[in-house]
Write a protein that binds this ligand. Structure first.
Ligand code: CUO
Length: 688
């Protein structure tokens, strides 16, 4: 392997240790120019270098920098401060660092610059900006980006397991078999707290890792070529909308009512949250939020934000939606139409300042909401406490309030969608295409059709990359944790094509039939909780067609190994196509949560399928677009460096009102749609 690429890969490891320590399981060390040592080590750089180069197999020489960057801009974020992507100043600093990396004239200089800056800026911001740059530079895109849960395991797992890991690593000899460390389940609250029923979802490592990766792929600030991606505002809406839909369904499975959107910022926040995880940079626990906390204006050294400001932005956004247009900085009206409206709103509400039509007027609603909530325990810094989990994209989804805040943001988007006219026949039909049978079935020969299964599974993940253990070198520290799992299944659809050979897009959703009280849901409620399961292109020959599709091929999810893949060269596949998929591919809903939990007695869903006319769906990719690295989760994450591969608005056909009274009437009116009753049964037993 090219040593520059290898060096890039190794710079992800041991995030808190100085760059001169060994990497790659003790086998490799960088040969640094003297000027790379920070002041702290410069005087004894020879001694330090010698100490870490004993017994290494490979030394990777790094070049001198052709121009030494001025990093003063990054000094405002200390090495031990928490880094928040929702904080405007932090985002700007990260944006500048990304720009520096992208401007490096060649691969050698990029490697040198990364190594030089690593110990001079905040380590979490380094990992973020560095990962964005690695993913966006054409010369480094083959470098695999490790999963965030392995770089900063402290943000994902309970600290007592962490302590065990440190002890294990110093006690057990390198050759010995390492016991696997148990991450306890349900450690954040007792059953007395109702919200605890959803802890398995909120605190799932794959869920939080997906969320971090999504924000890594779609940064809100930074160089334009990184920020300005095809339909990014719309995807911000859609990916988070699906999170809320899934969460609401998951709540119904657990006999809880849907989330109450946090529309009134003056109300007490009933839900408390005590995260019990440690910040990676300063070893303090993430601060907790007590139950019934009032939100307050934030007045802290690194920024002020008033609740009234958020309310003003909220009202302006809602007024714009009611009027059907936004106004840009020149006072021109831009219509919020069927196609572009949602994308404009997404970038404006999130907000991505450079893409917002008018960031002064419509503000920074969603990000600053995260900020106000994340500081509610210490809004004026009198207790010198950092932000809570809501301030950090690696941890935000652990907190029940995340879903109330995003539930509120989602109601704003849904309001715009609801004001659009319902889909008309021409937008829904595919004449000549008749879906005659829908079925989902487990693999076993005697499995009952349309009954699917979930259960608990225990899995092991490697945490080594992020464990900075000082002299101990071993990349074999593993932790075991419990998560929901679903048994793989196959969809079968029979389709009659009365016309010529056609191409269609097969869109699969599940919608819950009833709410938490077992009352039937109206179509308008069902569509807002419709969970996208899969979307793929089908070729339809004249006459009868049978379409089969595996649940593991879903366009929203990534395989388990990718959510929890190990880092380092030893773990990389060698076959070229496998390697391609291994790359920048941590974005995607975890396959083990593809299905909602269901209920022990079985929970009823509508399994809905629609085949739309591909000639209205297809997207012409630019001719120089690179090969797909990881197309399998494109519904949530798009395609890397390509246009979003479906011309319809995201969530189609459930993103807008439908012309029919209920789902049965809808599938009766359109031959290219069908549905069946589906049962999801939860088996309360742990395998593996
Ligand atoms: Cu992903 Cu609020 O945007 O957390």
């Amino acid at each position: 392997m090219n040593t520059d690429l290898k060096a890039l890969e190794l710079l992800f490891q041991r995030p808190l240790e100085p760059v001169f320590t060994t990497r790659d399981n003790g086998k490799t060390v960088f040969d640094l120019p003297d000027s790379f040592y920070t002041d702290r080590y410069r005087n004894n750089s020879v001694e330090v270098a010698t100490r870490f180069s004993q017994n290494v197999e490979t030394r990777i020489p790094l070049r001198e920098l052709t121009s030494v960057p001025n990093l003063d801009f990054a000094a405002k974020l200390g090495r031990k401060d928490q880094f928040s992507l929702f904080n405007t100043r932090h985002r700007e600093i990260a944006g500048k660092l990304i720009q520096l990396y992208l401007d490096a004239p060649n691969l050698q200089q990029f490697v040198a610059l990364a190594a030089y800056t690593k110990d001079r800026v905040n380590p979490v911001m380094f990992q973020y900006s560095y990962a964005v740059a690695v993913a966006h530079r054409p010369d480094s895109r083959t470098v695999p980006i490790p999963n965030i849960s392995q770089i900063f395991p402290g943000n994902f797992i309970e600290p007592s397991a962490f302590l065990d890991a440190r002890q294990e690593s110093s006690v057990i000899s390198k050759s010995g078999n390492r016991p696997v460390l148990e991450i306890p389940i349900n450690y954040t609250a007792s059953n007395r707290e109702e919200e605890q029923r959803l802890a398995y979802f909120r605190e799932d490592i794959g869920v939080n890792s997906h969320h971090w990766h999504w924000h890594l792929v779609y940064p809100a600030s930074g160089p334009m070529e990184v920020v300005n991606k095809d339909r990014r505002g719309e995807l911000f809406y859609y990916m988070h909308h699906q999170l809320i839909a899934r969460y609401n369904v998951e709540r119904i499975c657990n006999n809880l009512k849907r989330v109450a959107p946090l529309s009134n910022l003056r109300d007490e926040v009933i839900e408390g949250y005590f995260p019990k995880i440690l910040s990676s940079v300063n070893n303090r626990t993430y601060p907790a939020r007590a139950s019934n906390q009032l939100l307050r204006d934030v007045d802290r050294p690194d920024g002020n934000i008033e609740i009234s400001e958020l309310e003003r932005w909220r009202d302006r956004v809602l007024a714009a939606i009611d009027q059907g247009f936004v106004e840009n900085t020149q006072g021109q009206r831009i219509p919020l139409d069927e196609q572009r409206g949602i994308d404009i709103l997404g970038n404006m509400i999130e907000a991505a300042p450079a893409l917002s039509v008018n960031s002064q007027f419509y503000g920074n609603l969603h990000n600053q909401g995260h900020t106000i909530i994340s500081f509610s325990h210490d809004p004026d810094f009198r207790h010198l406490e950092d932000f809570g989990v809501m301030g950090d994209v690696t941890t935000a989804m652990r907190d029940p309030i995340f879903y109330r805040w995003h539930g509120f943001i989602d109601t704003i988007f849904n309001k715009h969608k609801t004001l659009l006219p319902p889909y008309n026949n021409a937008q829904l039909e595919f004449p000549g295409i008749n879906v005659t049978r829908v079925e989902a079935k487990l693999g076993a020969a005697n499995a009952r059709p349309n009954v699917l299964l979930t259960y608990w599974q225990k899995s092991v993940t490697n945490l080594a990359a992020g464990l900075d253990f000082g002299p101990v070198e071993d990349d074999n520290v593993s932790a075991s944790f419990r998560h929901l799992q679903n048994a793989p299944f196959t969809y079968t659809f029979n389709v009659t094509n009365t016309g010529d050979r056609r191409t269609g897009t097969c869109r699969i959703f599940i919608c819950p039939k009833t709410d938490e009280r077992n009352d039937p849901l109206r179509l308008e409620e069902q569509r807002l909780m419709a969970i996208e399961m899969d979307k793929f292109t089908v070729n339809l020959v004249p006459g009868e067609n049978t379409i089969r599709r595996q649940s593991t091929d879903s366009s929203v999810a990534i395989p388990f190994e990718r959510s929890f893949r190990a880092v380092g060269a030893n773990y990389q596949p060698t076959a070229a196509d496998e390697l391609a998929r291994f790359r920048f591919c941590g974005c995607g809903w975890p396959q083990h949560l593809l299905l909602p939990k269901g209920k022990p007695e079985g929970m009823q869903f509508d399994l809905f399928v629609m085949i739309s006319d591909y000639s209205n769906d297809s997207v012409e990719q630019l001719s120089n677009a690179p090969d797909d690295a990881c197309s399998t989760a494109y519904s949530f994450c798009g395609l890397k460096d390509k246009l979003y591969p479906d011309r319809r608005t995201m969530g189609y056909p459930f993103d807008r009102r439908l012309p029919n009274a209920d789902l049965t009437e809808l599938v009766g009116a359109f031959t290219n749609m069908a549905k069946t009753d589906l049962t999801i049964k939860f088996n309360d037993r742990t395998v593996g």
